[in-house]
Each structure stands twice: as C-alpha cells, then as structure tokens.
Ligand binder design. Structure first.
Ligand code: ZN
Length: 148
C-alpha cells in the first residue's frame, strides 16, 4: 500500500511539473471544456480522430491543481493510438476506480496510480475532470462539463 502511495505522489508530481501533450491542437476533430468549480480546475481537451475512429493526437490546455493537470497529462499519454471504443472503456474504468469501485487495475497500467486519489475524497473530482471532459468531447457535446 505504501508503494502505491509513493508511486502516486511520484507520478502526480512528475506529470504536473512536466505535463505531456500540453498545448493547442490545430485541426482538432473533437474538443470539449471541463470545469471543476470545487477546486477551480479548468481544462480544454483537443482530439484528432482518424477515419478509423482511432486517436491520432490528443492534447490539453488549462490551469488547475496538480492532480487535475497530472490526470489530464496521463490521459493524453494513455489515449494515443486507441480506438474510440477503447477510449470510452478506459474512461469508465478510470472514473470507477477513482470513485472507489473495484476494477482490474492491471489493465490500466500507469493509470492505476490514480486509484491513490481515493485517500483524498475531495480530490476525486480533480482526478476525474479530464475523463469526464473526454466523454463530452467524444460525444461532441457542446456544453461545457462541470463536475457539479
Ligand atoms: Zn483540483
């Protein structure tokens, strides 16, 4: 259990300091805004899905706490090359895991560190914001997501 906590802190720290795939994406086919009023996290997610509905590129912009930034960064890494169906399955697993439901964390790879957020219930919305925003982007829903 201590290993998970250490890994959680290490990964969150690293991805917050050096967010992957950060910035605007020209030619995005899907995008969405997310907002977590509880903490003030804001992010904008950009995706390019190719003709086979596979994620060709994914980036994000925004400002938020360490956990929301790290979670969005992890999302962009995890999504690269996935199909839309895989992306949807992944987001359901991550949200379930972060909210304390049992999922097969082995299948989630590095994302399994996000299960560490269960110890900080106030942070669950920070950790899941990017994933709810992803769902909105895939649904091509024009309404901004809020966690409230
Ligand atoms: Zn936050």
């Amino acid at each position: 259990m201590n290993d998970l906590r250490e890994l959680y802190q290490e990964v969150i720290f690293d991805h917050n300091r050096h967010p992957r795939n950060f910035g605007k994406l020209e030619g995005a086919t899907h995008e969405a805004d997310g907002y977590n009023p509880l903490c003030g996290d804001r992010l904008h997610l950009y995706l390019i899905l190719d003709n086979d509905k596979c994620v060709e590129r994914v980036t994000f912009e925004g400002e938020g706490c360490a956990i929301s930034t790290a979670s969005a960064s992890l999302l962009t890494e995890a999504l690269q090359g996935r199909s839309e169906a895989e992306a949807r399955a992944l987001l359901q697993d991550v949200v379930a895991m972060a909210t304390g439901n049992v999922v097969n964390t082995d299948a989630l790879g590095k994302l399994s560190v996000l299960s560490g957020v269960q110890e900080f219930p106030a942070r669950v919305k920070c950790a899941t914001l990017a994933w709810h925003t992803l769902e909105s982007a895939l649904d091509q829903n024009d309404t901004a997501v809020t966690t409230e």
